[in-house]
Design a protein around this ligand. Structure first.
Ligand code: MF3
Ligand code: CO
Length: 261
């Protein structure tokens, strides 16, 4: 069941996503060598609570934290830990969701930690480009497969792996709604997009092979070959002619300055 949202509902979803963007900016201020992922999680939890939100990942199907913090070969759903200390040259993907006034947000961003190798910076850049190219397809009359194929083509052309096991999704009152938004597929396939559909588009792209496995903790997904992976995500509303991006990296950009790619 796909729910089309009213203009009022879209504005409530935007408010939730703006709070999430501001939360990531708070987290970004502390991303540096020596910080633990548990410390980043605490910053996010407190900021969301102080601003009247509910951390929507916390206790979601038993997930134990506010943020998903996935470092280097970890792809998604990494669990923050006081023993996981960031070091120079790492990358960290931050993924979370907030419920604000009954509406969910979802967005993800991969940050470099200190000086990151050029080949890994290029992975981040290409993954972010793929996200925005996919978003350009989120317009009335296009099909879901147009988004999927655009993301897949952009990343595979660069020689990267496109993760299959995790996908984007509809979003609204619930964090995960229909439809599934795959990062691989064929142009012209899938449902026709309608104005008012709200979806989270989230390419998860690997430097090496695309295969992933889930660790013993039941959550952390990492690449089998242990090469790094990147993950960028926006929540968007399908519109005529141009998608409306509800989440934002603008607050992250303010913090990163000329380190923003
Ligand atoms: N953006 C993530 C997703 O769509 C949010 C995960 S919350 C978790 O899967 F609780 F499942 F980790
Ligand atoms: Co998501």
């Amino acid at each position: 069941m796909i729910y089309l949202k009213t203009d009022e509902e879209i504005e409530l979803m935007r408010a939730s996503n703006i709070l999430l963007g501001k939360t990531y900016a708070e987290v970004a201020k502390s991303i540096r060598p020596g910080v633990s992922t548990a410390e980043l999680d605490k910053i996010a939890y407190e900021f969301i609570m102080d601003n009247g939100g509910r951390p929507a990942c916390l206790n979601y199907e038993g997930y134990p934290a506010t943020l998903c913090t996935s470092v280097n070969e970890q792809v998604v759903h990494g669990i923050p830990s006081k023993d996981q200390i960031l070091k120079d040259g790492d990358i960290i993907s931050i993924d979370s969701s907030i419920e604000l006034n009954g509406w969910c947000s979802d967005s993800a961003y991969t940050f470099p930690v200190g000086d990151v190798k050029p080949e890994v910076m290029q992975l981040l850049k290409t993954t972010k480009e793929a996200l925005y190219l996919g978003i350009e397809q989120a317009i009335t009359g296009r099909r879901l497969g147009d988004i999927s194929a655009t993301i897949q083509n952009h990343c595979e052309r660069a020689g990267y792996g496109v993760v299959r096991e995790f996908v984007g999704h509809g979003i609204g009152r619930d964090l995960h709604e229909d439809p599934e938004v795959c990062n691989y597929g064929r142009r012209g396939n899938g449902i026709v997009l309608k104005s008012g559909m709200t979806i989270a588009i989230e390419p998860m792209i690997t430097l090496g092979r695309r295969q992933v496995l889930v660790e013993e903790d039941g959550w952390t997904a990492r690449t089998v070959d242990r090469k790094p992976a990147a993950h960028y995500e926006h929540s968007v509303c399908v519109r005529n002619g141009k998608a409306d991006i509800l989440s934002t990296f603008d607050y992250i950009k303010e913090v990163l300055g000329d380190r923003f790619i």
